[in-house]
Design a protein around this ligand. Structure first.
Ligand SMILES: Cc1cc2nc3c(=O)[nH]c(=O)nc-3n(C[C@H](O)[C@H](O)[C@H](O)COP(=O)(O)OP(=O)(O)OC[C@H]3O[C@@H](n4cnc5c(N)ncnc54)[C@H](O)[C@@H]3O)c2cc1C
Length: 234
């Protein structure tokens, strides 16, 4: 999905409203505020990088995320510094990235990667409601592996006590996508040519390895028959 510079500010129904912080400065033609595009990227990606600043020190920590409607979910231990900071209202920047390929150009400076990424800005809120928490945790499990929450034991009361889950309402976000082959720079000369083009990259699963308790003869659960991520063909 590439947008024209004019369409980078998408004010169609459901699009994120741009803010000063999410206005594209460089390569705006690759950007959009398309909510559906953002949600597809968030759903396909398995990890997010969650950024906060604590006493002027930025931290960017990798985490598993999930999406439930218009909210982004993050979970972990009640002892997690990051989650405790989020719970206390520290502003967050959550970045989700999919790497689609290596872009190999003539000129060293034009090498790049194809990607789809989303940046979400917001303030998190802890989900405490004992009715809502198990469903939110199931959402995270199903993000890791769709359908897995129907196979795994649900959260016990102890699990719920040990877990800190926060939600970030997705109101301020932006999408950026690079696709296609390498740029040909005006200065590129035919005599300097080397192989140029694209090396597509994709996430590939290996064969499942059952643990000792499961045993190698146990049939695979429906969630692994076959394994697939949202948005991936096959
Ligand atoms: C792909 C992936 C997914 C993850 N998913 C989750 C999740 O869903 N929930 C969850 O709670 N945790 C997850 N983790 C672990 C997470 O990255 C943190 O290590 C953990 O949450 C502890 O956070 P904290 O704020 O308490 O860290 P602290 O232990 O307080 O961090 C102290 C310091 O430890 C170092 N550190 C912490 N984490 C990392 C790291 N991952 N890599 C390198 N250095 C680090 C940093 O220097 C940091 O400043 C995931 C990690 C990875 C790589």
């Amino acid at each position: 999905m590439t947008a024209s510079p004019e369409s980078a500010v998408d004010r169609s129904n459901g699009a994120f409203a741009p803010t000063d912080a999410t206005t594209f400065k460089r390569k705006p033609e690759r950007g959009s505020y398309d909510r559906d595009a953002a949600y597809r990227i968030i759903d396909e990606a398995l990890i997010a990088h969650v950024g906060i600043a604590v006493d002027d020190q930025p931290f960017v920590i990798p985490m598993v995320h999930a999406r439930d409607g218009d909210r982004l979910l993050l979970h972990g231990s009640v002892a997690s510094r990051l989650l405790r900071a989020l719970e206390q209202g520290t502003p967050a920047c959550v970045t989700v990235t999919l790497l689609d390929g290596l872009v190999l150009a003539d000129a060293a400076r034009n090498h790049s990667v194809n990607f789809r990424s989303v940046v979400v800005l917001g303030i998190a809120r802890r989900v405490r409601d004992p009715q809502a928490l198990p469903d939110a945790l199931a959402c995270v499990v199903d993000h890791i592996l769709p359908g897995r929450s129907r196979e795994a034991r649900g959260a016990s009361e102890q699990d719920l006590r040990d877990t800190l889950l926060v939600e970030i309402a997705m109101e301020t976000a932006s999408v950026k996508v690079r696709e296609g082959g390498p740029m040909v720079a005006p200065g590129d000369r035919e005599e300097d040519r080397c192989w140029t083009g694209l090396l597509p990259l994709a996430l590939v699963a290996g064969a499942p390895i059952a643990d000792e308790r499961t045993g190698t003869n146990a049939p695979l659960p429906p969630s692994l028959s076959p394994w697939r991520r949202p948005g991936l063909a096959g």
